[in-house]
Design a protein around this ligand. Structure first.
Ligand SMILES: [Zn+2]
Length: 153
């Protein structure tokens, strides 16, 4: 397991030059909300750059680290600024789903693409329940390094 994590970081990750162990204040309320919902400690979220962001459609990434308590989430500022509150919440659920729960891409909040708002609202309770069950599919580590991205078409 340790080797796999290291391979992923070496192959796909950037070592950030800023303090990524602190969340950006802009995420504070959402993180508090997420923590009260899940009873878990959130992984720090910051704005910044990542090599994954070269793809314009990528909104955010969970960077897995070893040990995993140092996982962190980076969000692309210029995309975030245009998101609705609903999509901001989906993005937090999604990236924390990767980084704090270890979920991979399945459906609901863990879909690789931001679902339309209407759909989020329709399935809100169902998706939340599924998410909180802790029983969504776990991350696997494919050769490509794109498992951790959240796309925003
Ligand atoms: Zn993702």
């Amino acid at each position: 397991m340790k080797e796999i994590f290291l391979a992923v970081v070496a192959g796909c990750g950037d070592v950030p030059t800023y303090d990524h162990y602190k969340s950006d204040p802009e995420f504070r309320d959402l993180i508090h909300e997420w923590q009260s919902l899940t009873g878990k400690r959130a992984v720090p979220m910051t704005f910044g750059n990542h090599s994954a962001f070269k793809k314009p459609q990528v909104l955010g990434i969970c960077q897995p680290m070893t040990p995993s308590q140092f996982n962190y989430i980076i969000i692309k500022r210029e995309k975030w600024n245009y998101l609705s509150d609903i999509h901001k919440w989906v993005a937090v659920m999604h990236e924390q789903g990767h980084c704090a729960y270890g979920y991979g891409h399945t459906d609901g909040f863990m879909r690789a693409y931001l679902p339309p708002e209407k759909e989020v609202l329709k399935f809100w309770d169902e998706w939340t329940e599924e998410y909180l069950s802790g029983e969504m599919g776990l991350l696997t580590y494919p050769k490509e390094c794109n498992y951790e991205h959240l796309y925003n078409k």
